[in-house]
Design a protein around this ligand. Structure first.
Ligand code: ATP
Ligand code: LTN
Length: 331
């Protein structure tokens, strides 16, 4: 059986970046690849690699689960679950750590960035997190993993670890392939367009949260940083702010950059930003309508129970085989 799998960390309210880089493509793949099984999980174990407030975390977990559905994933043919309810992720995570070299983890840019910023409280779990992410994927023999551009390096590591295990212990894991959306792969902060839009970074003017009131969403778009060129033109180096807004425009409307440039030729940023504010406002309001349904009904918990039970069967079966290949245990 072929599986498409991905995870989202409940480290805050998901952003427009998460939607365009990840959630939106999950739903698209579910529609287009109907012969694949879709496994989606809330990566709550990854969330605690940085300090979390337990009450907030519990809320964020439910929010992420509801947003998977609100962003267009249909509950049919979907296995939706929480990572912390399937302990096999951690067990295989440990196996992956014992296969993974320190040097490989030290090279991970996400980790290096955090070290460079000398953020306090860098935990050992944050350092080994790519090994757990590899386990998340390999445990289910996922074939395709839709991710944003920032996860490319982690996915590469998962592939390397799969190949390494297979070479040492015989064919065991499917080598996964990352699927990165053409547009929307990296949405930048609206106030600081050289930085990724991120849900766990303070200072929210540059970040559109999927649960922001719609007037706030529009206001954030309208006050996004641009430049003095007064030309809607895609040029990431010289016009990063406008280019980022064009990426958002294109990811939602599916218009190409050339089409957008032609539409706004000779016009200033005012028209462009007002139109985009409406486009994003409409998209986010559709998401919120569905979110409100799922967060207020029993259906979400029922789906999570069903997803947990199904994922557990897969995970237990796979881990047993892996332990056997490693020579662990008595059988
Ligand atoms: P954090 O901000 O807490 O580091 P995150 O939003 O980067 O978290 P996740 O919530 O786990 O991390 O991300 C879920 C998915 O969203 C991943 O596939 C990731 O690549 C994608 N993603 C996250 N931010 C962006 C962004 N700004 N643009 C495009 N895709 C993104
Ligand atoms: N590391 C990812 C979230 C994540 C994930 C995964 C994505 C954890 N496990 C498995 C795809 C497959 C992130 O920070 N965005």
């Amino acid at each position: 059986m072929n599986i498409i799998l991905s995870g989202v960390k409940p480290t805050g309210i998901p952003t427009l970046g998460n939607y365009l880089g990840a959630f939106k493509s999950f739903a698209k793949m579910q529609k287009e690849m109907s012969d694949y099984e879709i496994f989606m999980f809330v990566a709550d174990m990854h969330a605690i690699t940085v300090p979390q407030n337990p009450q907030e975390l519990r809320k964020n977990i439910k929010n992420v689960a509801a947003l998977y559905l609100a962003c267009g994933l249909s509950p049919e043919n979907l296995t939706l679950f929480l990572q912390s309810e399937i302990s096999e992720h951690l067990e295989l995570g440990y196996v992956m750590q014992s296969l993974c070299y320190m040097g490989e983890l030290e090279r991970m840019t996400q980790f290096k960035d955090k070290m460079a910023k000398q953020e306090t409280s860098i935990t050992s779990a944050l350092f080994t997190y790519p090994a757990l992410m590899a386990a998340d994927i390999l445990l289910y023999d996922a074939k395709y993993v839709p991710i944003g551009d920032d996860q490319k390096q982690h996915l590469e590591l998962a592939r390397d670890l799969a190949v390494r295990f297979n070479n040492r212990f015989g064919e065991t894991f499917t080598v996964p392939e990352g699927i990165i959306t053409k547009t929307g792969a990296r949405i930048m902060d609206l106030q600081n367009p050289t930085k990724k839009m991120s849900k766990s970074v303070d200072g929210d003017k540059g970040c559109i949260y999927l649960l922001d009131p719609i007037n706030v969403v529009k206001k954030k778009i309208k006050s996004a940083v641009t430049d003095n060129f007064a030309k809607v033109h895609y040029d990431v180096e010289n016009q990063p702010g406008v280019s980022n807004l064009m990426t958002i425009y294109s990811a939602i409307t599916e218009m190409s950059y050339d089409e957008i440039e032609a539409k706004y030729a000779g016009k200033g940023y005012g028209d462009f930003k007002s139109d985009l504010a409406e486009i994003v406002g409409d998209e986010v309001s559709k998401i919120q309508e569905k979110y409100n349904y799922y967060i207020n009904t029993k259906e979400l918990d029922e789906l999570l129970n069903k997803g947990r039970d199904k994922a557990k069967v897969f995970a237990q079966r796979k881990l047993k085989k892996i332990y056997h290949k490693l020579g662990l245990g008595r059988y």
